[in-house]
Design a protein. Structure first.
Length: 670
């Protein structure tokens, strides 16, 4: 260990942390952290300060003259008005020149980052309420003074993070894996540091990850030695046990109700490096079932959405019903008993050293709430996982896998995305039975299923059956005509018309956030196109690779896009400007072509998957039954075949990923 020999973990970390903070203050100084673009006077110059100083002095001279000396007072007033006029003119000139330079700088490659900073700043300034200070207490009375507000925040989170749901407390005691673990290498630390993003809020220690990126080889070497000491002694620094909790509004519910906020903890960046190293090792030690799509490499939201849509499509084609229950857990991360965390790690065969290290991370964890009213006192945290930790998502996956792996049917009949669970079956009674089994298992360890947010979707494709009442402890679940699953709308009739409209509405919500930039007449037109392509269009197209679109859906997408683009350019249809000219000015390709490209890209991705992958299995699935009379519904694969004919490609070409993507890619105009 070199210099670390004979020193405790806390002493080693304090010495290094104090050194970093001391040098940073000396070299860089300290700031409140406001970005330049947020300051209203960022464009001020020395000439403005001079004329404003003259105006201020002229005002003082005018006010200092007694009322009896009317002639002198009038002359001083005239001098003040002249100074005021000159100052106003100078401010207008300097502001215009500064803004001209700013807009010109945005055209350069270096100005792209500034462009999005401006968009974010204008979105914040355009909010009706930038932040809410006053909140309600338990009885619904609005609190206005700072001390009462801080006390309420502390009471709410103290209760949330220290109370468990009812459970029997009975857990088996699995054997501990006594396997050896390897020492931490510099390469592991280097990879963990490089994978962390810059510009993130720091924890109580005030040391950002950028420090370790700048120290490079020397810093990585010290970190590898220090983390090796933690691994050997199975301890972590006391400073890492502290965090700052920031309530973030969920964008739904009462803005003055504490339960409408999610508490995100600002933790030490160096601890997050440590967590990333441990998480990577833990992933190598055990496997998670293929039903889990959250926080797993090679699996994501599109896989789960595609599997569910394909299942609906195939059952609708042969007029067979489907029953789906979308299970929602109440405050899953915040209410996990710590004993269940240690039990799950042992059940998954995790080495005992890693189990003890995770326990050390959660031992004596404390936090404080930072709100608009100020910072509360210290809160001890005894229950749940840290929201904001790099390791917490994987720990939750391990818990869900250890608890329910034997209950999970083969995907797509049972799919999980972290704590979002969907159970699918042909018979409602069967789905009810499975739901009851999941309820018993989860609630036996303190995880509670929400009675109000768990939803039931009956896909009556046969047209003859009626929904089967689904219940949890006698509470009947709401029957929905459509359900939002992982951001995509799943319709009970198997269509996509409402799903397309849902994405269009989401695009307009995103448009509203950046409208101050996209509708600015001084903003270069090409940069408006960049904002549209990088911020608005991805929201509209989310999940579109899974759509079996009809002509009317394409027309709606096209009309919606042209409305947005014309608005950006400040023209209407009455101006008689062709769509091609609008697109050429903004350098934007048609959204319908982009949807086709993304659908073909996803098709190639699915075809390259192995035969056991859920997306490949559900695509090749055959459901027994008769299609019936009339024209069959348009399938997703029919859209793909039509797209391939338009692009002049064949199914055999999907094996070569680079060649396939080159052929099907729809590039925006340059």
């Amino acid at each position: 260990m070199g210099d670390m020999e004979g020193m405790s973990v806390n002493e080693c970390w304090k010495e290094m942390a104090d050194c970093i903070r001391s040098v940073a203050r000396k070299v860089l100084g300290e700031t409140k952290g406001k970005r330049m673009i947020d300051k209203d006077g960022w464009w001020w110059s020395e000439s403005i300060r001079e004329v404003l100083r003259e105006k201020k002095n002229a005002f003082k001279e005018w006010q200092s003259v007694e009322d009896q000396n009317e002639s002198i007072k009038e002359s001083k007033r005239g001098a003040y008005k002249e100074c005021k006029k000159r100052a106003k003119k100078e401010v207008a000139i300097c502001r215009a020149e500064a803004h001209d330079k700013l807009y010109q700088s945005l055209e350069s490659p270096e100005g792209q980052k500034r462009l999005f900073q401006i968009a974010r700043a204008r979105e914040r300034n355009g909010r009706d309420v930038s932040h809410v200070k006053c909140i309600k207490n338990d009885s619904g009375r609005i609190l206005t003074d700072d001390e009462s507000i801080k006390k309420r925040w502390k009471e709410y989170f103290e209760k949330l993070m220290n109370e468990e749901n009812e459970w029997n407390g009975m857990l088996e005691n699995p054997p501990v894996n006594m396997g050896l673990v390897r020492e931490i290498s510099v390469e592991e630390v280097k990879m963990a540091v490089r994978n962390m993003k810059n510009g993130k809020a720091v924890g109580p220690d005030g040391i950002p990850v950028e420090v370790w990126k700048l120290l490079r080889a020397d810093g990585w070497k010290w970190l590898s030695l220090f983390l090796g000491k933690l691994l050997q002694e199975e301890q972590i620094p006391e400073e890492w046990c502290r965090s700052i909790l920031v309530p973030i509004f969920k964008n739904k519910g009462d803005v003055q109700n504490c339960s409408s906020y999610r508490g995100i903890k600002l933790m030490s960046h160096t601890m997050k490096v440590w967590e990333r190293v441990i998480e990577r090792r833990m992933r190598e030690e055990c496997e998670i079932t293929q039903n889990q799509f959250g926080f797993m490499p090679g699996r994501g939201t599109t896989d789960a959405i595609f599997a569910l849509r394909q299942l609906c499509e195939k059952y609708k084609r042969v007029h067979k019903d489907l029953h789906m229950v979308f299970v929602d857990l109440e405050k899953a991360y915040d209410r996990v008993p710590r004993e269940v965390v240690w039990w799950a790690l042992k059940m998954k065969g995790m080495p005992g050293k890693y189990v003890r290290l995770v326990r050390a991370m959660y031992r004596a964890s404390r936090t404080c709430v930072r709100s608009a009213a100020g910072t509360t006192g210290i809160i001890d945290v005894a229950v749940g996982l840290h929201q904001g930790s790099a390791l917490s998502p994987y720990l939750f996956l391990l818990i869900m896998d250890a608890l329910t792996s034997d209950l999970q049917d083969e995907a797509p009949w049972c799919m999980l995305f972290a704590d979002d669970i969907v159970l699918v079956g042909e018979e409602g009674i069967e789905v009810q039975s499975r739901l009851t089994g999941w309820q018993r298992r989860l609630e036996s360890v303190g995880l509670k299923i929400s009675r109000s947010k768990t939803e039931y979707l009956c896909c009556d494709f046969g047209g003859l059956s009626s929904p089967v009442p689904m219940s949890l402890d006698g509470a009947i679940l709401p029957i929905c005509s459509d359900v939002k699953y992982l951001g995509s709308l799943i319709q009970g009739d198997g269509g996509i018309d409402r799903a397309v409209q849902h994405r269009i509405n989401a695009g307009w919500m995103k448009w509203r956030q950046v409208t101050a930039t996209t509708c600015d007449p001084r903003m270069p037109i090409r940069l408006k196109g960049k904002i549209y392509k990088s911020i608005i269009r991805p929201v509209v197209m989310y999940g579109s690779e899974c759509w079996a679109v009809k002509k009317k859906d394409e027309n709606r997408l096209h009309a919606n896009e042209m409305r947005m683009l014309r608005w950006m350019c400040g023209v209407t249809r009455m101006d008689k400007i062709r769509n091609e000219y609008i697109r050429g000015s903004l350098k934007v390709a048609p959204v319908v072509e982009k949807v086709r490209g993304s659908r073909l890209a996803w098709f190639g991705h699915v075809m390259r998957r192995n035969e056991s992958h859920v997306t490949k299995r559900v695509l090749n699935m055959n459901v027994e039954g008769h299609t019936g009379r009339g024209r069959p519904n348009k399938r997703w694969i029919d859209c793909v075949k039509s797209d391939m004919r338009m692009k002049g490609v064949s199914m055999e070409m999907t094996a070569d990923r680079e060649e396939w993507n080159k052929k099907i890619y729809c590039a925006d105009p340059r």
